[in-house]
Design a protein around this ligand. Structure first.
Ligand SMILES: Cc1cc2nc3c(=O)[nH]c(=O)nc-3n(C[C@H](O)[C@H](O)[C@H](O)COP(=O)(O)O)c2cc1C
Length: 222
């Protein structure tokens, strides 16, 4: 049964079988080129690009359409420096005792350590915050499936960054509560992920990773 809320015609596009196969294959091949970078240049990015990628992220589905996210965009050098310092302090503790031997062994291929220069080098940091509830006139309004929703939005964000020809790193210098303090976010916003955005350095390298084959990730019930 319809309620009183307005409905509008869906304006999506459909394709022929051949076109569907072609488009889905091309999109897969394009997305498969996306990599996490850890070597960034300081080359500038137009603010309009940042705005477009954040609008793309916020087009993601969310529980009850609550869009329980805030994207903080940081270009201020002093704030970037403060974030780098705090992130490196947490990463130092993680690499020197907090992470298990197994975890450190899994990370060996990435050749990473607690140093995070790129947090200052990049033109922009995007800090994604999740809102477990909204605060409207000091009243709490619950949000639903917050982790799922914000994870999806961040996936859209990463795809949009790739589409713009830029690179990012999904970074988690945990615990990340320092981001809430440095950026003075309200109590209902908790840090979710930290994404430096920029261009790769000339000659940047990435670990030679292989992705799981389809047989390993897809189970078909016919
Ligand atoms: C939730 C999450 C947290 C991550 N945290 C870090 C991190 O703190 N530091 C880092 O160097 N890479 C981090 N990564 C990046 C992964 O190592 C990377 O996505 C993975 O190795 C696959 O490589 P690719 O993104 O190039 O395909 C993280 C990725 C995810 C999804």
């Amino acid at each position: 049964m319809k309620n009183n809320k307005a409905f509008i015609p869906y304006k999506g596009v459909t394709y022929s079988k051949e076109e569907m196969i072609k488009r889905s294959k091309e999109f897969y091949e394009y997305m498969d080129k996306r990599r996490s970078l850890r070597m960034f240049s300081d080359r500038e990015i137009p603010m309009e690009v940042i705005e477009n990628i954040i609008k793309t992220a916020s087009s993601a589905p969310s529980g009850a359409h609550k869009q329980p996210w805030t994207f903080c965009v940081v270009s201020n050098p002093a704030i970037k420096k403060e974030i780098r310092k705090a992130a490196e302090a947490e990463e130092y503790l993680s690499y020197n005792g907090r992470m298990t031997k197994e975890w450190l062994a899994d990370l060996a291929v990435f050749n990473t350590d607690w140093h995070k220069e790129f947090l200052e080098t990049v033109p922009y940091l995007i800090v994604v915050f999740k809102k477990s509830y909204d605060l409207i006139n000091a009243q709490k309004h619950k949000n639903y499936y917050v982790n799922e929703s914000v994870g999806l939005a961040t996936g859209f964000l990463i795809a949009a960054i790739h589409q713009a020809g830029l690179v990012t790193l999904t970074h988690t210098p945990s615990p990340m509560i320092f981001l809430q303090k440095i950026l003075k976010r309200p109590e209902n916003e908790k840090p979710f992920l930290l994404l430096p955005i920029g261009f790769p350095t000339d000659g940047a390298e990435v670990p030679d990773l292989k992705r799981k084959p389809l047989e390993e990730i897809m189970v078909l019930f016919e």
